[in-house]
Design a protein around this ligand. Sequence first.
Ligand code: NAD
Length: 348
Amino acid sequence: MPDTKLVLVTGAGGFIGHHLVKYLVARGYRVRGVDIKYPEFEPTVAHEFELLDLRRFDNCLIAMRGVDEVYHLAANMGGIGFIETYKGEIVRDNTMININTIEAARIHGVKRFLFTSSACVYPGYRQNTTDVTPLKEEDAYPADAEDGYGWEKLYMERTCRHYREDFGLETRVVRFHNIYGPLGTYDGGREKSPAAICRKVALANDGDEIEVWGDGQQTRSYCYIDDCVEGLYRLMRSDYPHPLNLGTDRLVSINELVDIVARIAGKRIRKRYDLTKPQGVRGRNSDNTRLRQVLGWEPQTPLEEGLRITYQWIRSELIRTGRLESAQAGGVEVRVPPTPRGSQVVPG
Ligand code: NAD
């Protein structure tokens, strides 16, 4: 049994938070989850789960009682369509959530506090080409973060440093690069590109055309959820207090992503480009040099394998919710590989 008595996961009703709760419970931790909503797709396994709006300081104090370590994931966020549209709301909500949460942690004498930042803190001027140079942690400065969401993350990264230096709160900061996997939002406007593409391909017939945002040549790297929670745990256990990338360094274009998903689905898919839709920076990749140095580890799951599991889950969700007939789904048998440690996949 771990020494830690009680771990708090904020945002435990969300995609990464829900997976992290399962991972920590499986490792023998006692876990309290907090969110404004319950997990959408399956019940939580947290020992305690409280519905609390963390924009309010009194709720943060309630969430923090008796807690030894905090994984702070709660945020008002979504894919590129969401973060480019709701900047004021994002900055207002997340600034309140972050500052109130870390201050409540300080007051309650929390031992370790991990904040989930984002690759959106990196400056636009380093991400202007599709064959972009992978981003090292120090590249975040001179700052020119993603408008709204990126600046709010960068500000909280700095707040963690000041709380560590001035108040002795042990902080950890991770910068995620496009986390994907099952049990994540796949429609409704907050979904990210892998989930949106899986949904569109699942709903398409063989030979159909799907809409792609931008010209499809924009590039990203993607990290599977099981690697994400493993990396989060390793970082929390490490003694490294500075921001650390967590992602893969395999750069793919959105066009390639569509092609991989189409192959998994066994469908011929044509692309229709909508240049009016937001597409974010032109290219973004993670430099994992420091990740390897600090954690002695980096994400393991090949993109094809992670996307196969994700596609299968989204397809089964579309069938379950009546948006896709089983027969219409292409009749493709998608084999789901054994579930890696720390995750559960909803059977298709
Ligand atoms: P998510 O939206 O699924 O989870 C965030 C959770 O925070 C949601 O369940 C939401 O209800 C909760 N929340 C929002 N406002 C709240 C409030 N006022 N009080 C309490 N809870 C509130 O997102 P996710 O993908 O699981 O992301 C988790 C964290 O990782 C976030 O901080 C996000 O910014 C960061 N991140 C994620 C990615 C990614 O690719 N998924 C990339 C970079 C950074």
